[in-house]
Design a protein. Sequence first.
Length: 161
Amino acid sequence: MRTRNQCGFTLLELLLVLGIAAMMAMLIGPGISSLNSPGFNAQVREATGLLNHARRMAVVQGGTTREEFIVNPPGSLQTSIADDFETSDPSVVGRWLSAGTELAFTDSTGRQSSVQEKLSIEFYPEGGSSGGTLEFSQDSRRLKLSIDPFSGRVKRLDEND
């Protein structure tokens, strides 16, 4: 009797490969969803740096300075919306543009609002500011920056603050 060469895979081999693929997907899946976390953290660090710069410039120059936060509406290009807000105002020392990050602002009186287009925060020569809390959010990530109205200091608040 002759034996036949068999081509193909057995059901057991197919199930084994599918099981390994499923386990890999379970391990890799959560890591893929947090790939934009470094971008989110970089945006918050940039905003913190710009706020601190505006505070220092107000004290050094002896005049009021402003930091502008511009939020892009969904589907718009960053450059086109930035061009809409170009200004020759010398008090504007920095401009933060969102890249997929939503922004909410709570002023020093406790009134909260979502930033739709533009928000300005002022810093005064004596060290104070207009104050408030900025809340950055992207997907499930949330982070707050508190701006002290008396000292102008910027403080990053943890999620449980």
